[in-house]
Design a protein around this ligand. Structure first.
Ligand SMILES: NC(=O)c1ccc[n+]([C@@H]2O[C@H](COP(=O)([O-])OP(=O)(O)OC[C@H]3O[C@@H](n4cnc5c(N)ncnc54)[C@H](OP(=O)(O)O)[C@@H]3O)[C@@H](O)[C@H]2O)c1
Length: 332
């Protein structure tokens, strides 16, 4: 496993991290979840990503139990706040009240005194940015949070937050967590250039497009039994890629991967890691074999010819519109 700095911060993270959205506390049983975490640890993954909202807070509990007994200093544990964790009007968003209550719940469920990175899971249009940033800064001073990041924020939102932090002397955002894969490149036009200038690293999610880039979904056919596309909570999000034009072009990537001696999942993860602004690729897995497959992408270099071949194969099905980075207009 190779390691990278999280943005311009002093923190090092494994360039492949393990995330438990849709799996822990939901799609997979606790035993499979523990096996996936153990496989990640065995393969040198030190960085683990979760969120208060995953599986209605159960995912943090499962991760906390799975990591129990592992030397805390050898781990980087990331979680997030924003999406609803309860029925109340203040059980969501980035107000001082919700952030403060949510971090306490996360620390209890994760069985840790601090998280290494605390991320605003979306932009909250209903809370003054100063209130959110001041609250994050307070958590850093209290030692409950070591670094602060955001997720799916636009370049403009990240830029505004950095300006306020600089003016007010608040801790600066060190990372953004966007969706990024060969099929979804919406950060490249605006978010990445700003982030490179400002020292913000990308921790990218769904680098395998939720399993689509493994090539296991065939055009015109039913998805394989037990795959995410058949899962009640997973099928909605993966739907954007489950089109025959996308699935056909993904099949055409198979010779590219084969020529390099890589699995399709490894090619997909290696592809996002070619972008120097990416600090880590967060992979998900429903089975430990998937973790062992995916982590082998660490350290793989893809030359310009390969990158061009991939672009030629995927052609028009790649999404590049920066306008696709959106947070809800009002709190969910
Ligand atoms: N910030 C955000 O808003 C946000 C949003 C989404 C995710 N995330 C983070 O990013 C993490 C990763 O997202 P993701 O799970 O969508 O990432 P992903 O790595 O693109 O997809 C993971 C899924 O693909 C399938 N898969 C993975 N490796 C495979 C392999 N080698 N062979 C066959 N199938 C394979 C598995 O699903 P099946 O076996 O079920 O098919 C697995 O659960 C999440 O856990 C979370 O931490 C963040």
């Amino acid at each position: 496993m190779e390691f990278r700095h999280l943005g311009r911060s002093g923190l090092k993270v494994s360039e492949i991290s393990y995330g438990n959205w849709l799996t822990h506390g939901s799609q997979v049983e606790e035993d499979a979840a523990r096996q996936c975490v153990q496989a990640a640890l065995d393969e040198g993954v030190t960085t683990f990503d979760t969120a208060d909202v995953y599986a209605g807070t159960k995912a943090e509990e499962v991760l906390g139990r799975a990591l129990k007994g592992v030397r805390r200093e050898s781990l980087e544990i990331f979680t997030k706040v924003y999406w609803p964790t309860g029925p109340g009007q203040n059980d969501r968003g980035l107000s001082r009240k919700h952030i403060t209550e949510s971090i306490h719940g996360s620390l209890r469920r994760l069985q840790t005194d601090y998280v290494d990175l605390y991320q605003a899971h979306r932009f909250d249009h209903e809370t003054p940015l100063e209130e959110t940033l001041k609250t994050f800064d307070d958590l850093v001073r209290q030692g409950k949070v070591l670094y602060v990041g955001v997720s799916e924020w636009t370049a403009d939102q990240i830029g505004r937050a950095l300006k306020i932090a600089d003016e007010m002397g608040f801790d600066r955002i060190v990372s953004n967590q966007p969706q990024y894969s060969m099929l979804w490149r919406v950060i490249e036009a605006e978010v990445v250039p700003l982030s490179r200038r400002e020292g913000v690293g990308q921790i990218v999610w769904s680098p395998i497009a939720q399993g689509v880039l493994t090539g296991k979904y065939l055009p015109g056919q039913q998805p394989p039994e037990g795959s995410r596309a058949t899962d009640a909570s997973g099928s909605a999000m993966i739907a954007r890629f489950m089109r025959d034009d996308v699935l056909t072009r993904v099949q055409d990537l198979k010779p590219v991967a084969a020529d390099l001696g890589l699995s399709m999942a490894q090619l997909a993860v290696a592809w996002v890691l070619q972008n120097p602004n990416v600090s880590s690729a967060i992979v998900g897995a429903s089975r430990p074999e998937q973790v062992r497959d995916n982590v082998k992408a660490s350290g793989v270099k893809l030359d310009d010819d390969v990158m061009k071949r991939i672009d030629d194969v995927l052609g028009p099905v790649v999404e590049r519109d920066p306008g696709r980075t959106v947070s809800p207009a009002t709190r969910p």
